[in-house]
Design a protein around this ligand. Structure first.
Ligand SMILES: Nc1ncnc2c1ncn2[C@@H]1O[C@H](COP(=O)(O)OP(=O)(O)OP(=O)(O)O)[C@@H](O)[C@H]1O
Ligand SMILES: [Mg+2]
Length: 190
């Protein structure tokens, strides 16, 4: 997993939003000429990088699946020194974004389309379980869309993201928001 200089990225100034663990920015990876999502692990500047490296590597290993958003590189934010993950960028955003247009236009989502997207997400859960990892934060906002057509199931391409952040949380780094003894196998938010 390459650790790239922050200067290789042109980062948009406004975060897409701030979630439980990360602030996400759209960025351009100049060298690779591609858009990426920059996930800044908030307040991780004091976390020992070597403590996080295994988990980030795991994220890289797990993510080699056609329906998991891929981790492309890591880097360190210039000023805050927070650790960052450079992920592939989903042009259509999450399910909420994808559904808003057909909803406004009064277009129905075909049943086969619904089945296709659920099956793609379910496949990733099976894959994670093979590695004995529970997602812990599976939500509509964490399903990202690369292709979508409300009437054509063959056009649906969903990728799940934020898998493996739970691994980082349980490492006892400064992004440990649960501060309890919950193991990797159980969901603290259940
Ligand atoms: N790889 C990506 N490509 C495109 N957009 C993304 C990507 N990753 C995240 N986003 C967008 O950034 C927003 C913020 O993501 P983030 O994970 O920080 O928060 P969240 O998903 O709202 O909450 P949670 O922390 O519970 O996952 C998401 O709503 C999503 O639309
Ligand atoms: Mg998220």
């Amino acid at each position: 997993m390459p650790h790239i200089p922050y200067s290789e990225l042109t980062v948009e100034s406004n975060a897409l939003t701030a979630g439980s663990f990360t602030s996400v920015y759209k960025a351009r990876w100049l060298k690779k000429r591609r858009d990426v999502a920059l996930l800044v692990l908030r307040h991780s500047n004091q976390a020992v990088l070597s403590d996080m490296e295994n988990e980030i590597r795991m994220f890289g290993t797990l993510g080699k699946h056609k329906h998991l958003a891929e981790l492309l590189a890591t880097c360190t934010q210039a000023q805050s020194e927070d650790k960052c993950m450079v992920m592939e960028f989903a042009p259509l955003g999450s399910l909420g974004h994808v559904l808003s247009k057909p909803h406004e236009d009064g277009v129905d989502i075909g049943n086969l389309v619904k089945i296709a997207l659920v099956m793609q997400v379910a496949e990733t859960m099976t894959h994670l379980h093979l590695y004995k990892v529970l997602h812990l934060n599976l939500a509509i906002r964490n399903t990202l869309y690369f292709r979508f057509d409300p009437q054509n199931w063959t056009m649906v391409l969903v990728k799940v993201t934020d898998y493996g952040l739970s691994l980082l949380v349980h490492k006892g780094s400064s992004i440990d928001m649960y501060n309890n003894d919950v193991g990797q196998e159980s969901a603290p938010n259940l």
